[in-house]
Design a protein around this ligand. Structure first.
Ligand SMILES: NC(=O)c1ccc[n+]([C@@H]2O[C@H](COP(=O)([O-])OP(=O)(O)OC[C@H]3O[C@@H](n4cnc5c(N)ncnc54)[C@H](OP(=O)(O)O)[C@@H]3O)[C@@H](O)[C@H]2O)c1
Length: 284
């Protein structure tokens, strides 16, 4: 990574979980706290942000975005339209890069409120809270390389960041890495319950299921492919092979494919609903 440019200011609109995760990442990446500002309506949250990270937290979003090279939109999707409407004149004047992490809000929906801005959409996941996030980014061809690089750097500070070429890919990403942590937790819950049903003490089953998830995650971060990692645990005719054969016979692969398809479909559906709700009609 090139050294951080100390002249760059990054502003967050919303000081909740995701903003905190990204702020922590940026501080680890070498950004100074004085380069970061947060707009947050709740006084107690502002105090906590200032105390914990040394950043400036303000209630006035216009003051927050003043002079920012990049503004992270980190509020709930339903809070976005009103927030952007209030900032339209400031954005038109200053033209920062807008990095939106608001789930389901398409570039076209965002551009209605700030047509002059380069807009980058990102789909992070909850693992960003522990610096192990998986984020996919999308931008229209109109967004220049410098804006893309800055947006990617902000996202990569909280884990891994990759670009996707089509906006619709973000629905697949939502189904894969966005919702993904829940799938692994569910599997670990079922593993613990199954071990308990076999007679293992509940606490021991929980502890071992949890640690197995953490251990598999750490192994997966290595250079071996997922299939190689699986094969390394599986000896021919052994215990793991017996379990995997049972899973496959029960249609595990098809079930996972159906689950991911359902999540991707729901993501597209929610985005379309939001877009329709925001599209001006002839009556507007
Ligand atoms: N959490 C995840 O795993 C995840 C994953 C992918 C994407 N996302 C997206 O990330 C975004 C943020 O999620 P989050 O989990 O960080 O939510 P969050 O913890 O609720 O944070 C949002 C923060 O923004 C504040 N806020 C509300 N209106 C505001 C305004 N007008 N100006 C400035 N700040 C305002 C909220 O204050 P109040 O509490 O007073 O409303 C809250 O502190 C969402 O759009 C979500 O879709 C989250």
């Amino acid at each position: 990574m090139p050294p951080v440019n100390p002249a760059i200011k990054i502003s967050f609109l919303g000081g909740g979980n995701m903003a905190r995760a990204m702020i922590q990442g940026l501080l680890r990446d070498g950004f100074a706290a004085t380069q970061l500002r947060v707009g947050e309506p709740v006084a107690a949250q502002r105090e906590a942000l200032e105390r914990q990270y040394g950043v400036t937290a303000l209630a006035d979003n216009r003051a927050v975005v003043a002079g920012a090279a990049l503004v992270v939109l980190a509020v709930k999707p339903q809070q976005v339209p009103e927030l952007l409407a209030g900032l339209a004149p400031t954005f038109a004047q200053q033209r920062p890069v807008l990095l939106s992490i608001a789930a389901g809000l398409r570039v076209a929906d965002l551009a209605m409120h700030c047509p002059a801005l380069p807009i980058v959409r990102a789909m992070p996941n909850r693992a960003a809270l522990v610096g192990a996030g998986a984020t996919a980014l999308y931008a229209t061809p109109a967004v220049d390389p410098a804006a893309r690089a800055l947006a990617a750097r902000v996202c990569a500070a909280a884990g891994v960041a990759v670009w996707v070429e089509r906006e619709a890919d973000l629905d697949i990403v939502t189904a894969l890495s966005g919702s993904g942590p829940a799938y692994f937790f569910l599997l670990a819950e079922h593993l613990a319950a199954a071990a308990e049903a076999q007679g293992l003490d509940a606490g021991t089953a929980q502890l071992l299921a949890r640690q197995t998830l953490c251990g598999a995650g750490a192994l997966a971060a290595g250079t071996m492919t997922l299939a190689e990692q699986r094969e390394a645990v599986t000896s021919k005719g052994g215990t793991t092979a017996a379990a995997l054969a049972t899973l496959q016979a029960g249609g595990f692969d098809k079930l996972v494919a159906a689950a991911v398809a359902a999540a991707a479909h729901r993501s597209a559906e929610l985005a379309a609903q939001f877009g329709r709700a925001r599209t001006p009609t002839a009556a507007d």
